[in-house]
Design a protein. Sequence first.
Length: 361
Amino acid sequence: MRIGIAKRSLAEAAGMLERIAPAKASQPVLGQLLVEAREKTLRLRASSGELDLELRPAAEVEGEGAVLVPAVLFSQLVRALPGEYAELRTVPEGLELEGGSFRTRLAVADAEAFPAFPEPGGTPVKLPGEVLARAIGRVRYAAAHEEYRAIFRGIQLELRSDRLRAVATDGFRLAVFDAPGVSGPDLKPVIPARAADELVRVLKEADGEVALYPDASRVVAVGPRFRMALSLMEGSFPDYERVIPAQFALEATVDAEALRQAIERVRVVADRQSQRVDLAFGEGRVELAAEGEYGSGREELPLELSGETPMVVAYNAQYLIDALKGLKGAAHLRLSGPTSPSLLTGEEEPGYLAVVVPLRV
């Protein structure tokens, strides 16, 4: 087989696949990248055992064949190629990679040893790829990082007949994003957050509609030039709707970016462990204050208020910053009490809401 391809396209695809292939795999074959020419299409694939990604970048393809090459080495070589064009050729001694004045030959392994791609089945859920990427990206920050928190390290995708909802929570904060544009059966798969990160990266490079094929153990996503199989998390996602407050003692409207920047400045002197920032709400203003080992900081912002004042609420600064990030224009912060969950929404992004639990002090 002979493959001609733009060096940039090959480098981008190899870089994505290098992230999938585990550096220290329990099965050596999972450290390999599958290079396959079939039906005049280039197919590049990597697998971690739980996440499987196949990319089909535009290329000129002659002949057919398939080989395995070390994923990390291949990606490094492609990035280092001079020139704007790359060629791949199978020869009796392996796989030749050429770009500009540089040529190298890689030893290859038998492609038959690579695990088969999980074939999708059932009725797909179809939606625009950009909608799915935005939904996942808007809630990702709220997923837990700790290994022991199990299901909290996932993102639940609620696929309904009229909308897509993405939900993430670590037990201290919650992010929800609703988007229209879904067609298909109602499902609620929970995808590992790290796997969702890779799906977002692929979706940002892809155009058009994406079909999701969920079953009991995985979701297969199929787009115009890719397909990805993601193993689902075991267990039930928490009943997050019960922590979304419905009654509020105080409601504040403030410029989202101004509030985020103020929190960023004040947090510099906050306690390193708790990241505590106090928000004191009074007539037409909020005063932000933080204190730590090296000093204290304060800043005041104007805002619109309705409800019970004065009220002081302490938050983890990073939690508020994450919730505000991406919001433009006016943000609505609704407080149910000094120690009860607070609700944050944005005027210009009606599908998004965040819940942040105040610090108990």
